[in-house]
Design a protein around this ligand. Sequence first.
Ligand code: NAD
Length: 434
Amino acid sequence: MSNTPNPPLPTHALPSYLDPNHLGPWGVYLQQIDRVTPYLGSLARWVETLKRPKRALIVDVPIELDNGTIAHFEGYRVQHNVSRGPGKGGVRFHQDVTLSEVMALSAWMSIKNAAVNVPYGGAKGGIRVDPKTLSKAELERLTRRYTSEIGIIIGPSKDIPAPDVNTNAQVMAWMMDTYSMNVGTTATGVVTGKPVDLGGSLGRVEATGRGVFTVGVEAARLTGMGIEGARVAVQGFGNVGGTAGKLFAEAGAKVVAVQDHTGSIHNDKGLDVPALLAHVQQTGGVCGFAGAEPMANDAFWGVACDILIPAALESQITKDNAGRIQAKMVIEGANGPTTPEADDILNDKGVLVLPDVISNAGGVTVSYFEWVQDFSSFFWTEDEINARLVRIMKEAFAGVWQVAQENKVTLRTATFIVACKRILHAREMRGLYP
Ligand code: NAD
């Protein structure tokens, strides 16, 4: 699938709160919008609405540390677009979180939710903190204070947070409890990704990785690639990468290389994925796994493989390593793992990139199921959830594939075409208030 030449990039009206010389992930997102604009027809009239987050809240999050001192952390919640429904998107705890990053992640949530056609807008949140430096009690105080601070803009029908990097079901339970205490009633629908005993959904933990696997299998079928024996490399072996790796291995693929924040490992015969998952559970990372050889982090990108799954952080595949990638297919489990320059290099090499905005939409799809189940307090079986998830992912992917073929564009641009049209159509029908 070849891409048509990209139109020259327009100059953007940037908000004064971003540094135009260091736009970060928001700059990547703006370039993606520029690429899709020529395909939006009359809806292009509304495209500026996608280039400005509707609402961005910055909060100070002070907590008392266990040693009695007071620490302050920067917290964010950004609602990018709510034309199609309430905001929806995860909360990230990471020392490198910035406003630009949260803005971009919130915008990618708008695109993703529209791409799989769940009735949500896009939002995202984060705290600039390395949670590994906090005790469990400190983490709970941080989560509760942050939830209180952003409580003025979240809610089951306003904006529904979920887990992201370094946040999990326990963090969601604290968020749900804090919000519920503040409003005076148990409000399970305020967050998704909760423990199953607190209104969480079966299948949510594995949903994103399952979605990654589902679109990967569909793309392999459409391109004639067999999964049995396919060589897979995974960056990030947490919720998304770990589950995707496990499902590919169960389907007969060989996971030959894995990289995480502790290092990179390699086994040409295929790693024992359940044993590696247990090792990560025990030690916190892939480093030191007995069933593999260590490899240099930079060498990971050139490893001989058919499928590469970036499932860690953004901007990992860049112009510096894209040329070395040997995979025939890249399935983006992480949000924004490929820079636009790297995207072009991969496209020129004929590497099929399944973009984040469709590939990792399985998580938000089951989050949607969780939210629906919470409203009715009626819970579905795991088989029902997985079957509905697979159906939505397959249908959404088939639609994107068709648009890519018709317009001779990459799957990323095709997903943006489908999603932006849905968002802007909603915008147009609702009209501008007042
Ligand atoms: P996680 O915290 O469970 O795992 C993150 C993984 O990335 C870990 O294995 C960690 O070691 C690795 N990592 C961190 N820094 C790294 C570095 N510098 N180099 C290499 N590896 C590094 O997080 P997750 O939920 O699996 O999320 C991973 C990605 O998937 C993120 O981009 C997230 O936004 C995206 N995502 C997650 C979900 C979800 O449901 N969890 C849904 C959609 C998208």
